[in-house]
Ligand binder design. Structure first.
Ligand code: NOJ
Ligand code: MG
Length: 588
């Protein structure tokens, strides 16, 4: 064995034996803006209402851009703001080139972009490629088989039942929002596919006209000055090709649930995660890169919504010869905890699942929540909100915050009568809480005043969460200690620390409760984040993370109930941690 090979072998063997996860060391490199960005998701309907109708709007967002600037946010992504009948609150778009009137006008949008540019904030829009609204003129034309639109959607005659002679849907495929994914259309006398609600017909990506049209959508908004797109619902973009007779296969029963309307009742082998979907994202990347080449300016980015397994999600990044999405969203901190509960070992599993599968040279990202998942403070437990915000800020790559996570907002309680989310509405009063996404969409809590300062009007489109008098921006800005102030300190640290931006990463659940992240970079201070996810106090030995053997670590940031003192130095060999205590320390 050659000496170099032997050395590599030995190093690998040592690294393996250690039990810690060591990312290959990165020296300081110039990174593009999105690689270390703090992304912030705005759910426009619930962020800030400017005109008193109880519905958030664009002018409301514009009026709060300074708040985002003050948080230290790099880029805000807006859930859909386009013309929509609002069956799925904007994810059912009837005009991809215009603004929903209750949110404002194109001029309001331009004013928002202008103000964002003045503040050096980037705005990212939601691109919803899988489907349109059934009220889109494209769908109406397709129903009427108008020239050029005949195959804009996925149409099928269905099957005739051999015994009864009755017409039946082409397959047993299920939609996400419960029930069949096929809807009979009387006018056209065919079924159409809808992987989401009946009012969200799936566009047909096997039609080049559709592919071109959706690229026009991307170019249109790039020309309006946006810095990229969050791409909605990628896994169901393509279905498998039908057989020679034009028939599709049925999915098989999974055994995961008894509820035959629940999407989990059947596999999604034929209706999700097709290779053509990956290629489509590569094509969109070309659209973005071409735009930059022609018009100059900063890179614009693609963030991909995918809950698919790693073998599929990681392909979105691109391959050796092709660039893909900048950041396929990493939802592991949501999904692994949903399945297994929050503790240090499960956090390690979630982090491993991304970092160990991510192709070399790509950028990681960490998402705690969004408008489809229970709010982080409710899901992880209120006592862990600082810890979780800390985690996404000390791990390498980009972080993604859903509006309200910075103040520790919790879910609202929405009765069956007040339920408006289609996923909830498609169930019933007994089971809707399993499905509805209304609780995480309640209005943002700005103040302790009327309607939490969200609107000057007398109503809000969804009831407020009841804790707004104690959890709101105004109070948290004036309190000495608050989740908001901790969040701001974390962002500020990330923005000023070369180590957090470029350093190598070591992380480990040193016990079932204690999770440690170490970031280090030559000639810079090492940063150590430590979290006690358990409910008992413990004393830990962090010597192995005290890289420079300083034998004392200085406290930079602490979770809200921590009684330690910032600026004080602590002995890493005997560091005591209270239940739910989370700390960021440095060797400096
Ligand atoms: C994912 C979005 O986040 C969700 O809110 C929406 O209902 C579906 N995609 C359909 O567009
Ligand atoms: Mg309004």
């Amino acid at each position: 064995m050659e000496l170099a090979t032997l050395l590599t072998f030995l190093l690998l063997a040592i690294g393996h034996g250690e039990g810690c996860q060591l990312q290959s060391s990165t020296s300081e490199t110039v990174k593009d803006w999105w690689q270390t960005a703090q992304f912030y998701q705005i759910y426009p309907r619930s962020f800030k209402d400017s005109d008193g109708d109880g519905i958030g709007d664009l002018n409301g967002i514009t009026s709060k851009l300074e708040y985002l600037k003050d948080l230290g946010i790099t880029a805000a992504w807006l859930s859909p703001i386009f013309t929509s009948p609002m069956v799925d609150f904007g994810y059912d778009i009837s005009d991809f080139f215009d603004i929903q009137p209750e949110y404002g006008t194109l001029d309001d949008f331009r004013a928002l972009i202008k103000r964002a540019k003045e503040l050096d904030l980037k705005i990212i829009l939601d691109f919803v490629p899988n489907h349109s609204s059934n009220e889109s003129s494209w769908f109406v034309k397709s129903v009427n088989r108008e020239k050029g639109y005949e195959d804009y959607y996925v149409w099928h005659d269905g099957k005739v039942n051999a015994t009864t002679g009755a017409r039946e849907p082409p397959t047993n495929w299920l939609q996400y929002f419960r029930g069949s994914a096929w809807q009979w259309n009387k006018e056209r006398q065919q079924y159409y596919l809808h992987q989401f609600a009946v009012q969200q017909p799936d566009l047909n990506y096997r039609n080049p006209l559709v592919v071109d049209q959706m690229k026009r959508v991307l170019r249109y908004w790039l020309n309006e000055g946006v810095s990229g797109f969050r791409c909605d619902a990628l896994p169901p973009l393509f279905e498998v090709l039908p057989d020679a007779e034009g028939q599709w296969p049925d999915e098989v029963v999974t055994g995961a649930t008894e509820d035959a309307d629940d999407r989990a009742y059947l596999t999604t082998t034929y209706i999700e995660n097709q290779p053509e979907t990956i290629d489509m994202v590569y094509q969109w990347r070309t659209v973005l890169d071409d735009h930059k080449r022609i018009h100059g300016g900063n890179s614009s980015v693609l963030l991909i919504e995918t809950y698919s397994p790693a073998w599929f999600s990681m392909q979105f990044y691109g391959n050796r010869s092709t660039e893909g999405a900048h950041l396929p969203f990493n939802f592991n901190l949501i999904t692994v905890m949903e399945q297994k509960g929050l503790n240090a070992s499960n956090v390690q599993e979630a982090v491993d699942l991304w970092l160990k599968n991510m192709p070399a040279g790509r950028t990681a990202n960490w998402v705690l929540g969004n408008h489809d998942k229970r709010r982080a403070a409710s899901r992880y437990g209120k006592e862990h909100i600082d810890a979780m915000n800390m985690l996404v800020m000390v791990l390498p790559g980009a972080s993604v915050t859903y509006q309200g996570e910075e103040i520790g907002m919790t879910d609202g309680e929405i009765s069956w009568e007040d339920t408006v989310d289609p996923w909830g509405c498609n169930s019933n009063a007994d089971i809707y809480e399993q499905y509805t996404r209304d609780p995480e969409r309640t209005p943002f809590q700005w103040t302790a005043g009327t309607n939490a300062g969200f609107t000057n009007g007398s109503t809000t489109w969804l009831p407020l969460a009841t804790d707004y008098e104690t959890i709101n921006v105004e109070k948290e800005l004036s309190d000495d200690r608050s989740h908001l102030k901790i969040y701001k300190a974390l962002v500020a640290l990330r923005k000023s620390s070369k180590t957090l931006q470029n350093g190598s990463t070591k992380y480990e659940a040193i016990t079932g409760d204690i999770f440690v992240v170490q970031r280090s970079l030559a000639n810079s201070a090492t940063i150590v984040g430590v979290i006690n996810f358990g409910s008992v106090a413990v004393t830990v030995d962090l010597s192995q993370f005290d890289k420079n053997r300083t034998e004392s670590l200085q406290l930079l940031i602490r979770s809200i109930d921590s009684t330690k003192v910032e600026g004080t130095r602590y002995d890493p060999k005997t560091l005591s941690l209270d239940p739910a205590e989370a700390l960021v320390l440095t060797t400096e």
